[in-house]
Design a protein. Structure first.
Length: 308
C-alpha cells in the first residue's frame, strides 16, 4: 500500500485521529480504578495469538490493573506510583530510611547540576512528605496514595522533579552515557542537549536511557518485561525480561517491573503478586502498574494490535 493508494489515510485524516487521541488522553484522570486483567485480554482478543498467550501468562500472576493517563509522562507517573507503593508494602524499615536519604541527597546534587533550588524545593518537599507518609508505622492507605497521585498539582510537581533528577544523573555521568546519546540521536548531540530536549520537558516520552538513569539515581532496581510477537526457537511464546540494576549494586531483586510492548507497556512494584495496577498510554498503547512487581511505559511502536 502506498501513499497514492485510496485506502492509505491522508495527512489530514492522520492528524485528525492524533488530535482525537490527544483530546481523549487529556480527559483521562491520572490514575483509574482497578480492573481485572481479563479486560486487557478482551481488548486484544482479535490480535496476535502470541500477544494473547503472553497476556494469559501475565494474568496468571497479575489479575488486576489500574489505568493511568498516557500523556508522555506515563513512565515517570508509573515509576512514582510503584516506587511509593513498594516503600509502603514491601520495603524494610532500613531500606525505607535508605531511600529517604537518597532523595534528600538530591537537593545538593541538583543545585550542583545547575538547577535552582527555588524551582524544585517545593516538589522535593512534597515527594519527601509522601515518602514519609507511606513509610510511617501507620501509613496512608493505597486509595489515599492513588488519590494524591491523581491530583494534577501533586502529579506534575513530582514528575517535574523526577525528570530533573534523571537529567542530573545523565549529566553527572556524561562520559558513560555520551556514546549511547550519540548512537540514539543526531550526530554531535551532547548529553546536556539530550536532557534539555528529551528528558526535562514535561510530556516527552521516555526510553532506555531514562530507565537506566532513574534506576541509578534512586537506587531502585527495575525489570523490563517484553510483550511482543517474539517466540523461542521451539516456537513457544514466553514473556522475556531485562533487569536494570543500579550501578555498583550487587545483584538485586527488581523492586519495579516494567512491561514493554509494541502495543503495551507495564509498570509494577513487588509486594502482593496477586494484584496489579496500571497505566494507559496514548491510543492503544498502555502502561500498567502491577501490585506484585512494578511496571513502566518505555516506548511503543504501533497503536493497534498486531494481526496474525
Amino acid at each position: 500500500m502506498s501513499s497514492g493508494d485510496p485506502a492509505w489515510p491522508t495527512d489530514e485524516a492522520i492528524l485528525s485521529q492524533e488530535n482525537e487521541i490527544r483530546a481523549g488522553v487529556s480527559e483521562r484522570q491520572n490514575l483509574g480504578l482497578k480492573e481485572p486483567l481479563t479486560e486487557l485480554a478482551k481488548e486484544y482478543a482479535s490480535g496476535s495469538q502470541v500477544f494473547q498467550t503472553k497476556i494469559r501468562q501475565l494474568a496468571a500472576t497479575y489479575p488486576a490493573f489500574r489505568r493511568a493517563r498516557g500523556d508522555g509522562n506515563c513512565f515517570f507517573r508509573s515509576f512514582l506510583c510503584s516506587f511509593l507503593e513498594d516503600l509502603m508494602l514491601r520495603t524494610s524499615p532500613d531500606e525505607q530510611s535508605m531511600k529517604r536519604a537518597v532523595l534528600h541527597s538530591w537537593r545538593s546534587m541538583l543545585v550542583e547540576c545547575g538547577f535552582q533550588e527555588l524551582v524544585f524545593e517545593d516538589a522535593l518537599e512534597a515527594l519527601l512528605d509522601l515518602v514519609q507518609q507511606v513509610s510511617a508505622p501507620d501509613p496512608i492507605s493505597l486509595d489515599d496514595l492513588a488519590a494524591r497521585l491523581s491530583d494534577e498539582s501533586m502529579s506534575s510537581y513530582c514528575i517535574m522533579l523526577l525528570r530533573m533528577i534523571t537529567s542530573c544523573e545523565l549529566q553527572r555521568r556524561s562520559q558513560h552515557f555520551s556514546p549511547f546519546v550519540i548512537s540514539m540521536q543526531e550526530e554531535g548531540m551532547t548529553v546536556q542537549d539530550f536532557c534539555r530536549r528529551h528528558v526535562e520537558p514535561m510530556g516527552e516520552e521516555s526510553d532506555h536511557l531514562h530507565l537506566v538513569a532513574m534506576a541509578d539515581a534512586l537506587q531502585t532496581p527495575m525489570r523490563v518485561v517484553y510483550l511482543d510477537n517474539a517466540v523461542g526457537a521451539d516456537g513457544c511464546a514466553v514473556v522475556n525480561h531485562h533487569d536494570f540494576i543500579p550501578e555498583g549494586m550487587a545483584v538485586a531483586v527488581p523492586q519495579i517491573t516494567m512491561l514493554y510492548a509494541q502495543v503495551t507497556m507495564t509498570y509494577c512494584t513487588p509486594f502482593d503478586a496477586h494484584m496489579l495496577e496500571a497505566v494507559e498510554d496514548t491510543g492503544d498503547i498502555f502502561s500498567y502498574s502491577f501490585e506484585g512487581h512494578s511496571s513502566v511505559w518505555i516506548q511503543a511502536f504501533t497503536r493497534t494490535p498486531v494481526e496474525d
